[in-house]
Design a protein around this ligand. Structure first.
Ligand code: HPA
Ligand code: ZN
Length: 334
């Protein structure tokens, strides 16, 4: 059922959708070597024990992305897959510094992704926006330079975000960059409390003024923070298969999904880096449905949350939520 219902995806790194087959074809097309001879060899290497072990492989594989058309093809492949799983709207992360630091022009990255999203809007009726992430293990000066490069594409980028190695790179490091981004009209989100303690989440809320928390698992160690996130209806994007993949939890059942739903938190389910964590959004939803024996009411709540948590216009949000509410009424669940 979850696969066929409309949903929005809010935590998806476009570089994290680089399937091994595509990586090897870009590698041939661009003459860039990879450590893997076959897709099977790549998949066999995708055994992670923490965030850094994933990031090492993730940044290595994306070295095959060179030309604007690579970014176009990558994005279009994701959109087609997401659409087949009921995604009608996606807010997509990209990591410009992971490309510009290797000499790929910012414009090639953003134009390739944007062009694919515009074609998807026109040809597939797929709505989307872009979130430009700063790599938090790079300097704040590099983040500011990246923001400056983005200004001429402001119309294409809805929000800034922050990812990569969290521990040791607290949000406050980027407060000036976020302040500038907000002054320029961008929305703001951040990966926070993914591997770092609740203080990082407080700091992301108070000093970066984010309006959505990515992952946020460690906030559950701080009841005051949980109360704030619930009462201010600050959305939280959970990524079940990824968080198992980097061993934050031993199983999906250990994740705070049911707890979040019971508290009335605006939590939603996402796929993060599906090419590396063995599943797109439907598989992530199936995993939580099974782990918590969720009923229709809770599944619909997660899907409605995915729209409430989005940056869609209020009337579009209301229309999507209305559709799900009507479905729930038909099923007699809500
Ligand atoms: N966390 C941190 N960095 C990342 C992630 C993530 O979920 N995905 C891609 N880069
Ligand atoms: Zn992520």
């Amino acid at each position: 059922m979850a696969r066929s219902l409309p949903k929005s995806e809010l935590h998806l790194h476009v570089e994290g959708t680089l399937e091994p087959e595509m990586m090897l074809s870009f590698s041939r097309r661009n003459g860039v070597k990879t450590p893997y001879a076959t897709p099977e060899e790549a998949r066999a290497a995708y055994n992670f024990t923490d965030l850094q072990s994933f990031l090492d492989i993730y940044y290595g594989a994306m070295k095959t992305l060179i030309e604007e058309r690579d970014f176009y093809d990558l994005t279009m492949a994701y959109v087609k897959r997401a659409k087949s799983e009921g995604v009608v709207h996606a807010e997509i992360f990209f990591d410009p510094q992971a490309h510009t630091s290797r000499g790929v022009p910012f414009d090639a990255v953003v134009k390739g992704i944007h062009r694919a999203l515009e074609d998807a809007r026109g040809n597939l009726g797929f709505s989307s926006s872009l979130i430009m992430c700063f790599l938090r293990d790079m300097s704040s000066e590099s983040a500011m330079e990246t923001l400056e490069q983005a200004l001429k594409h402001k119309a294409w980028i809805k929000s800034v975000g922050m990812d990569s190695k969290e521990l040791g790179n607290p949000p406050g490091k980027f407060s000036a960059v976020y302040a500038r981004a907000k002054a320029e009209g961008f929305m703001a989100v951040a990966h926070a409390g993914e591997e770092a303690p609740p203080e990082y989440v407080w700091e992301a809320l108070d000093s970066l003024k984010i309006s959505r928390i990515d992952h946020g698992y460690h906030m559950f160690e701080d009841p005051d923070l949980v109360r704030r996130v619930v009462s201010e209806r600050i959305p939280v994007t959970f990524c079940p298969l990824a968080s198992i993949g980097v061993e934050y939890f031993r199983s999906v059942a250990e994740m705070p999904v049911k707890k979040a739903l019971d508290l009335g938190m605006v939590a939603c389910i996402n796929s993060d880096d599906p090419a590396y964590f063995k599943g797109y959004i439907a598989k992530n939803l199936d995993a939580v449905i099974e782990a918590f024996s969720l009923g229709e009411r809770e599944i619909l709540r997660l899907l409605r949350n995915s729209f409430e948590a989005s940056f869609l216009e209020e009337d579009t949000k209301a229309a999507q939520i209305g559709k799900l509410t009507a479905l729930a009424a038909e099923m007699g669940t809500d």
